[in-house]
Design a protein around this ligand. Structure first.
Ligand SMILES: Cc1cc2nc3c(=O)[nH]c(=O)nc-3n(C[C@H](O)[C@H](O)[C@H](O)COP(=O)(O)OP(=O)(O)OC[C@H]3O[C@@H](n4cnc5c(N)ncnc54)[C@H](O)[C@@H]3O)c2cc1C
Length: 659
């Protein structure tokens, strides 16, 4: 079993991992990327609709800036987000979009003059300004007050991933494909890399590093119906959890996307509704305005998904032999628009249902889509529990999304976090004390432990079938830990998942090959996934309130007095059957935007005792600074620029107004 050294070990070759790797390599640190699949096949390639960045190019984005993007994101997350990190994010997103343009992302561009578009079900003409002709165009998305999502037709992630991947090739960063990080190397206080399995040969090796980054994406495959690819199993988050030191955070915050294609769950982008698509029921009635008169189809995803289920439960679903669904209607956008800006949607509809969305309604039902939780990090991206371990992208809880992510904020997060966290890692590696001090003896112990686990699966007398345990887990998660949750069903889910976890300790494998062996892979991943499922479910049963995507039928109000805190889950001992939960409070007195009504969804919530005092404090600061610009006012209320790497502190230029 070999041991390799690198300065920075990046686990994950999606947008987040690749962008981190570019940042560290450019600062002179030897960087190695690991990936289950060739990076260009990472799940980031599936992102369709767009990337949020407040460029304010199109007329419907007029007046947009970081402040409005901040406001939308905090409200979207139902006040669960870390507001300082949201500020860092919204400030860097325009820089990231422009960097991507320079790297060749063929963003759809503004064309000056009149354009017919659909807004609120009506055809209207909008006129783009001459001076914006050729700039990056933007479309509307849910939960935003401006058209802010930069896009490449409906293949945004594909274009971004190819451009960033090409940059890593140009930078000569080695990528090890078809390998899997199975455990983190650490000495109880510092992380020093990972035990890595070659998925083809089955060989194990240790990669020792000064800094290790988890950028392994989401965990959608905990659920049966998900928009996520088969590789989105959350193994990166699980190996952090298994250290017993690095907490996962807000795992109960799982996003369900309103428009999963029924019945498969394949995503139909929010860009459809952003561009004017409507949701209809069994009678052809457009129902969202009845529930959400302000935002209608473009309320946040958690709200729209819940309203859809309520509507189905109210008897208005479309019955089919596979269950009930609703309709997405994009016929009113016209064939030309669909063929230009929604062509992947057209292909998906044709290939999977043999329907033509330019004339047929699309059957849709909410499907699991995004993991807001993940490896808890500080603003620098470092784990608060394990020095030298960093996380970025969907695998991380950095935490800009709180309890509900806005569409387009995820691919933006991947590249922005890559830029910011990458610089922090480079700073970390620059320090002499970051040297690898763990002994190779200890690394061999970790290797031997993982080898023994594989031996036990291949040679042991286990009788449980991992794929059956996994299917049952996915059913439990879909049926009991879904959009509408109750204490009793969540408690039942915890019991069942705990039983599955115990049974998973007796998994046997029929195919005995050490090399390419998908049964073996399923076997060792299933136990990790069950631990994650228990983090989601235990977090959900304990959180006796409703916030963002976590909706409790038995506690329907958001409770800022009791629950303005982040759930941290730690798996203390290998033999435990439940995570240990602790809570990290969110301090209202440090918030730039104290909790209030989101502007959509429920108006009824329990107020935090500090909210009035903080609101008054902010008002007083604003009154003191009546002649100051928005940057000075913001800095007085919640300073954050000190958290940004110096090279990213510049202000963003827009066509309207000077800096
Ligand atoms: C269908 C779909 C459409 C979407 N559309 C949008 C959109 O329009 N806008 C938006 O903002 N967001 C969108 N999202 C969300 C967004 O695409 C993802 O959140 C984001 O791309 C995740 O990027 P990532 O780099 O964190 O992870 P990924 O792109 O998932 O990459 C994870 C990487 O980790 C590797 N990996 C995993 N486990 C291991 C391991 N144990 N060892 C080694 N390597 C490992 C994988 O091989 C992969 O390279 C969409 C999501 C889906 C599912």
């Amino acid at each position: 079993m070999k041991i390799y050294y690198t300065d920075v070990l990046v686990i994950g070759g999606g947008l987040a991992g690749l962008r981190v790797a570019l940042a560290t390599k450019r600062r002179g640190h030897e960087t190695t990327i690991l990936s289950l699949v060739p990076p260009k096949r990472s799940h980031s390639a599936a992102a369709q609709g767009g990337m949020q960045a407040s460029l304010a190019n199109v007329i419907k984005a007029s007046g947009d800036n970081e402040d409005i993007h901040f406001d939308d994101t905090v409200r979207g997350g139902d006040w669960g987000a870390d507001q300082e990190v949201v500020r860092m994010f919204v400030d860097t997103a325009p820089k990231a979009a422009r960097e991507l343009a320079a790297w060749g992302v063929p963003w759809t561009r503004v064309a000056k003059g009149d354009h017919e578009t659909v807004i609120n079900g009506q055809k209207v003409i909008i006129t783009e300004r001459d001076e914006t002709h050729g700039l990056i165009s933007q479309r509307n998305f849910g939960g935003t007050s401006k058209w802010r999502a930069c896009y490449v037709s409906d293949g945004t992630g594909h274009a971004m991933l190819y451009a960033v991947s090409d940059q890593t090739i140009a930078a000569s960063i080695p990528v090890l494909e078809r390998v899997e990080a199975m455990a983190l190397l650490h000495d109880g206080g510092r992380c020093f890399g990972a035990v890595v399995r070659d998925l083809v040969s089955g060989a194990l090796s240790a990669y020792m590093a000064k800094a290790t980054v988890i950028a392994t994406g989401g965990a959608g495959r905990l659920y049966r119906v998900t928009t996520n690819a088969v590789i989105c199993e959350g193994i990166g988050a699980a190996i952090a959890l298994e250290t017993g030191l690095a907490p996962l955070s807000n795992m109960e915050a799982i996003q369900f996307h309103p428009t999963g294609l029924f019945p498969s769950g394949i995503l139909i982008t929010e860009g459809c509704r952003g561009d004017g698509g409507l949701l209809r029921d069994v009678d052809g009635h457009r129902f969202m305005p009845d529930y959400e008169p302000e935002k209608k189809e473009l309320a946040s995803r958690d709200v729209v998904s819940r309203r859809m289920l309520d509507h189905i439960h109210g008897g208005k679903g479309v019955k089919s032999r596979l269950g009930e669904h609703l309709w997405l209607d994009i016929t009113l956008l016209g064939r030309a628009h669909i063929e230009k800006d929604l062509r992947e949607v057209q292909e998906i509809c044709r290939n999977f249902l043999d329907i033509d969305p330019a004339k047929d309604l699309i059957p849709v039902l909410p499907a699991q889509h995004y993991t807001m939780g993940g490896v808890r990090t500080r603003p620098s991206g470092e784990s608060p529990g394990l020095a030298g371990l960093f996380a970025a992208g969907e695998a991380a809880c950095w935490d800009i999304h709180g309890f509900n992510r806005l569409g387009g904020n995820s691919v933006a997060e991947t590249v922005v976090a890559g830029m910011i966290v990458g610089e922090a890692i480079a700073d970390f590696c620059d320090q002499p004390q970051s040297d690898v001090t763990m002994s190779t003896v200890l690394a061999h112990d970790f290797l031997a432990r993982e080898e023994a686990k594989i031996d036990a699966l291949l040679r042991g007398a286990g009788t449980e079938d991992a794929s059956l345990l996994r299917i049952r887990m996915q059913e439990i998660m879909t049926e009991k830990v879904g959009i509408i949750r109750t204490g009793a069903t969540l408690a039942a889910a915890v019991d069942e998942l705990q039983t599955l976890l115990i049974r998973s300790r007796n998994i046997g494998v029929r195919t005995k090959s050490r090399g390419a062996n998908s049964e073996l892979v399923t076997a060792y991943r299933t136990q990790k996934m069950l631990k994650l499922a228990l983090c989601v479910t235990c977090g959900a049963v304990s959180r006796t309130e409703s916030r963002g995507a976590h909706f409790r039928d038995d506690f329907p109000r958001r409770d800022d007095a009791a629950w303005l805190k982040r759930t941290l889950a730690v798996w203390k001992n290998e033999n435990d059957t439940l995570p240990t939960l602790v809570y990290e409070p969110l301090d209202v007195m440090r918030m730039e935007l104290p909790p209030g009504w989101r502007g959509y969804g429920a108006k009824d919530y329990i107020v935090h005792p500090d909210t009035a005092r903080r609101t008054a404090e902010i008002e007083a600061a604003k009154n003191r600074l009546t002649n100051a610009d928005r940057f000075a006012v913001q800095a007085a209320v919640m300073p954050y620029t000190h958290l940004l790497p110096e090279r990213l502190r510049g202000r963003n230029e827009r066509i309207e107004g000077s800096l």
